[in-house]
Design a protein around this ligand. Structure first.
Ligand code: ADP
Ligand code: ZN
Ligand code: ZN
Length: 737
């Protein structure tokens, strides 16, 4: 046997790869790229991924350690996935070992041997006797939810608990069916998915409008080559129907499809629609899965038994080896961008993957990001528009309410109260949007106006009445409400402003006959709670829906005909050039909740600035017009997407450290790039740390990339580097942190 060396990616925060030697006895069967090996690193043993194999080595062979172990299992990454992950690490200048971690479920990151139990799934019992038949008839009338669970299981003959749970079923319902001898748990057969004609359920399939049919045809034409399609279609215009029909041919080729949605809240709905249309194995990938479920999804993707993977942004790194198409729904959504550690954008990296694999990718949104819109307008992407709502529904009208001229009651103007009353009287639902959770955004002293701030962030605490606590929404710290003002001794301490928790209480007082439901991060903390509340809304158990942006996204509420935005002024005067884009998207997305079925809807936006050009443009000319206008301004100002940015963030216990650290970077000689900063972050202090920003901007991605390499190379010699924590964000989308 000859000498053999491997370069591996080790999960440590360092940019480079590490070289290990492959002992002779480990050389058969031959080692492969993408294989998992255990290596000793310092005092620890870690799982590393083989990136390249060589029979020579530049370093002194005596200094090279042997690999500790090969994990002779089948959980390899394909060489295509390895090169893709290398591209991602390179694009974001992020430690490669950390990027590889994204592609491995936790159980595969451990040296411990993985318990290879095949996943358990549920089936209905086929040969049922009279007694079971009677039980079935009984539950059909007495326990409809149990019955629909039974039907789902019977249809699939092999559906996992993770999927059933996501679809809103409970363990209790499952147990009831077990007790009645109607279903049983079996080991999933390791079958490779093969498309059969009967896999397509046609009962829900719509006849496409001409607009839709043209898009499906265009996507079909671009199969098996890289092509990026942007579907710019108002909410309810039939984008999902286009995805579904475009998927048929891909599945018919026995290729897999990856569908990325911004939030897990959206997966039950998407899942259900896909389940109804395709009788193929569908796997879910999101952060609410436990470790075993994650491993199952990973294996199903890798072994080809999952035909469709639906998931949030990290599903992007699934080991789908027969991937034929990627779909990104709500491509504008900022939650596609990871905001810590490995700061990747799910959409951008999905495009990279599609390009690498030479497959089509479909982006869809009612409010496309300016980046995608620009690429579509310039012809880089195929641009498709759906201007009309599908089926019967008509587009909701948006109107502004000038609150300066009205008497307000708990944040509701007279006009708004009147409209809510009318809508409720017609038996329809109302959605009230307020992007501020908690009871009140601050508490203060009514004598001396002292404001109760979080000392670690210099921002007011949010008051949560139910828990009787002050919680800092920036760092999470909590404290009790002070009995007395520490500044003047007064006991007149009271909440100021209004959050969703208070709104829920007040609105119930104004409309005592309506049932109110609140959907925000606090009310949906419990597992399964969001699915449950959404179901209650669909079942019309509630008439008044109160929510933060969680409720603005993608959900389908056919009976909501009035959407009220309590505070439309949020981003009108922000320094962040993206604030107006994000606000416009949010307003249009919320508006998209109204009148989705056959009933017409209206959207009322309360504002102090009804004449503000941004609001006027949105209301009268729509998002597209607004976006094109804004793109002209961005071009003149040479802002993204007409230039490329990277953001260096630095923080420390003293403000001078991050400032000096970043200042030294600006003193380097960098060509073809401009610096902006260093400047204090918009939130200068957070959790006790002082934060500074430095923006680097270039006209081309390549110039930006080269400049960053130069800066990163200089950081080890920066005298302040050990005193700060710094990070790098390529294509930053939020300049506020
Ligand atoms: P989007 O994804 O753009 O919000 P959907 O695909 O969910 O739109 O379509 C909205 C509604 O219109 C759905 O109930 C869908 O079944 C229906 N729909 C979509 N396309 C058609 C069509 N061609 N004919 C009739 N109904 C349609
Ligand atoms: Zn006071
Ligand atoms: Zn704080």
């Amino acid at each position: 046997m000859s000498d053999q060396y491997v370069q591996v990616a080790v999960p440590v925060p360092m940019q480079q790869l590490f070289t290990y030697q492959v002992p002779t006895q480990m050389q058969t069967p031959s080692i492969e790229v993408g294989e998992r090996v255990a290596v000793s690193f310092g005092a620890r043993q870690l799982i590393a991924i083989v990136i390249s194999i060589d029979d020579k080595c530049e370093i002194d062979a005596k200094k090279i350690k042997p690999i500790a172990k090969r994990l002779n299992d089948s959980f390899h990454l394909s060489s295509a996935l390895v090169s893709y992950l290398k591209l991602c690490a390179n694009y974001y200048h992020h430690p490669i070992g950390d990027v590889f971690q994204q592609a491995l479920p936790k159980l595969l990151r451990q040296v411990k041997k993985v318990d290879l139990q095949p996943p358990m799934v549920w089936q209905s019992i086929e040969a049922i006797e009279d007694i079971q038949k009677e039980r079935l008839i009984k539950i059909e009338t007495k326990a409809p939810k149990q019955f629909s669970l039974y039907q789902l299981i019977a249809k699939h003959q092999g559906i996992s608990w993770a999927e059933l749970r996501t679809l809103g079923y409970s363990k209790a319902q499952l147990n009831a069916l077990i007790a009645k001898d109607l279903i049983a748990e079996v080991k999933q057969k390791p079958c490779k998915f093969i498309w059969q004609d009967k896999s397509l359920a046609t009962e829900n399939k719509q006849i496409l409008s001409t607009e839709q049919a043209i898009i499906v045809a265009a996507i079909n034409q671009s199969l098996e080559q890289f092509c990026c399609h942007l579907i710019d279609g108002v909410t309810g215009s039939g984008k999902t129907e286009v995805y579904l029909q475009a998927m048929e041919n891909v599945l018919a080729n026995s290729q897999q499809i990856l569908v990325i949605v911004p939030e897990i809240g959206l997966t039950p709905q998407t899942l259900l629609r896909f389940e109804q249309r395709f009788n193929v194995p569908i796997c879910l990938h999101h952060s609410n899965l436990n470790d075993t479920e994650r491993l199952d999804t990973w294996l199903n993707a890798q072994q080809g038994s999952a035909a469709i993977v639906i998931g949030t942004r990290s599903a992007l790194f699934s080991p789908l080896h027969q991937l034929g198409m990627i779909i990104i729904d709500e491509e504008h959504d900022s939650s596609l961008k990871q905001q810590d550690s490995f700061r990747y954008h799910g959409r951008d990296m999905a495009i990279l993957r599609a390009r690498q694999l030479n497959i089509p990718i479909v982006l869809g949104s009612a409010t496309p990001s300016f980046e995608s819109l620009q690429n579509a307008l310039s012809g880089k992407y195929q641009y498709h528009q759906l201007r009309k709502r599908a089926g019967q529904s008509t587009k909701a009208k948006i109107a502004l309410i000038d609150v300066a001229k009205q008497q307000m009651e708990f944040g509701l103007s007279g006009t708004l109260k009147h409209e809510i009353k009318q809508t409720l009287a017609r038996g329809e639902q109302v959605l009230v949007f307020l992007n501020r959770r908690g009871y009140a955004p601050a508490i203060n002293c009514q004598e001396c106006h002292w404001l109760c701030d979080c000392a670690r962030c210099d921002k007011p605490y949010t008051f949560h009445q139910k828990q009787q606590l002050l919680i800092c929404h920036h760092c999470g710290s909590q404290k009790r409400v002070p009995k007395q003002c520490p500044s003047c001794g007064s006991v007149r301490i009271a909440p100021v402003g209004q959050g969703t928790e208070q709104l829920e209480q007040r609105i119930s007082e104004i409309f005592p006959d309506a049932s109110v439901v609140r959907i925000d991060r606090d009310s949906t903390r419990k597992k399964g709670e969001l699915t449950k509340l959404l179901q209650e809304i669909t079942d019309k158990k509630h008439q008044l829906l109160i929510g933060t942006q969680m409720l603005a996204k993608g959900h389908h509420f056919p009976d909501v005909t009035l959407v009220a935005v309590l505070d439309g002024d949020g981003a009108l005067f922000s320094f962040d050039f993206r604030a107006s884009e994000q606000m416009a998207q949010l307003l249009i997305q919320v508006a998209g909740r109204a009148g989705r079925a056959s009933k017409p809807g209206q959207v009322l936006v309360q504002t102090n600035y009804p004449d503000h050009p941004l609001l006027q443009d949105l209301v009268h000319n729509g998002y597209q017009h607004f976006a094109k206008q804004a793109l002209v301004e961005r071009k003149q100002a040479l802002l993204p997407p007409f230039s490329f940015q990277a953001l260096f963030r630095a923080e420390a216990n003293y403000p001078s450290y991050p400032e000096k650290f970043l200042r030294l970077l600006t003193e380097l000689e960098i060509i073809n790039c401009q610096f902006a900063g260093p400047v204090p972050a918009a939130m200068e202090k957070k959790a006790g740390k002082f934060r500074y920003h430095l923006i680097l901007q270039a006209k081309s991605r390549k110039e930006l990339h080269l400049a960053i390499l130069q800066l990163l190379a200089a950081i080890p010699n920066n005298e302040w580097q050990s005193k700060v924590r710094w990070s790098l964000d390529i294509d930053p989308i939020d300049l506020n942190w």
